[in-house]
Design a protein around this ligand. Structure first.
Ligand SMILES: O=C[C@H](O)[C@@H](O)CC(=O)C(=O)O
Ligand SMILES: [Zn+2]
Length: 280
């Protein structure tokens, strides 16, 4: 077996325990920082649908993705599928013998058993930042690049309610086992994502906020609809949304984020909306 990568585990938290948490405990359980360290791969193995969340920031050398102990498999994709979204400068993802160049905001879906995965930056001084998402899979769907310009676009919200935004669905035109992912871009002057909010107990979700200035923050809301909490997020940080939780945010500026889900179905529209008046 290959030398294991360092990784962190996050166990599944129930709503009652989450409601009793203060700031540090909420952050320790749901917030993921330091995803993009130059020359490193950072992985978090979650027990929410066994979703793995990570970042790879190659500089001079290629970075190889290896299985972690929690997977109990020889290589990463033996029993998993994966999505990579580049939020940095140009780079290449190698899968087996195939090289897949990704520009910023392009996405690569990699199917079950597709081979060994490695990450390279086109320019070490201005590295690619590969955001990694992976869930268990039991069928091999083809590896496919979806460029941001090819994603299905939905324009939602309005300037009047400070939630004018465009959703780019990456997995709309391809088949996956569990992963559903996309990117949402807030219009200048709009700050709210996913308000009105929703839950979907059949799928967990994870957000990566990016394209924020160093001094900007997003107040990310989580919790059951009638028992909400918040986590203050900065640029290029991720936050886990348990299946029972809302996931919504308001920024001190506009921003973008990658959202990704895994669970029972892959129907993006299958959500349980929560009226603003019902939030507590
Ligand atoms: O289940 C779907 C996800 O929560 C996101 O797609 C919502 C989102 O990006 C938004 O409304 O701004
Ligand atoms: Zn959602």
């Amino acid at each position: 077996m290959a030398e294991p990568l360092d990784y962190t585990s996050r166990y599944a938290i129930d709503p009652q325990n989450a409601a009793a948490m203060g700031t540090d405990e909420l952050r320790a359980n749901f917030h993921i920082a330091d995803l993009f360290q130059p020359g490193e791969i950072s992985l978090t193995y979650t027990h929410y649908d066994r979703m793995v969340v990570g970042g790879a920031t190659p500089t001079d050398a290629a970075l190889e993705l290896k299985a972690v102990k929690s997977m109990g498999t020889k290589s990463f994709l033996d029993r998993r599928e994966m999505i990579v979204v580049n939020v940095g400068a140009s780079g290449i993802v190698t899968v087996g013998d195939e090289a897949y160049p990704l520009e910023t905001r392009d996405m690569l879906y990699i199917g079950l058993g597709a081979g060994d995965v490695a990450f390279t930056s086109a320019n070490a001084a201005s590295p690619a930042k590969f955001y990694i998402l992976s869930a268990p899979a039991h069928h091999a769907y083809p590896t496919r690049t979806i460029r941001i310009g090819d994603a299905k676009r939905l324009d939602l919200g309005s300037q009047q309610t400070s939630n004018e935004r465009s959703i780019f669905q990456f997995t709309n035109s391809i088949e996956t086992c569990q992963l559903v992912a996309g990117m949402t871009q807030l219009a200048p002057g709009s700050v709210w994502n996913t308000m009105p909010a929703h839950v979907h107990d059949r799928r967990m979700e994870v957000y990566l906020y990016f394209d924020l200035a160093d001094t900007a923050r997003v107040f990310h809301f989580l919790g059951e609809p009638d028992e909400t909490r918040h986590i203050v997020m900065k640029n290029e940080e991720a936050v886990l949304s348990p299946p029972w939780s809302i996931h919504s945010g308001a920024g001190t500026s506009n921003y973008a984020f990658i959202w990704a889900m895994a669970g029972d179905n892959v129907d993006y529209t299958d959500v349980d909306p929560v009226a603003v008046e019902d939030l507590r």
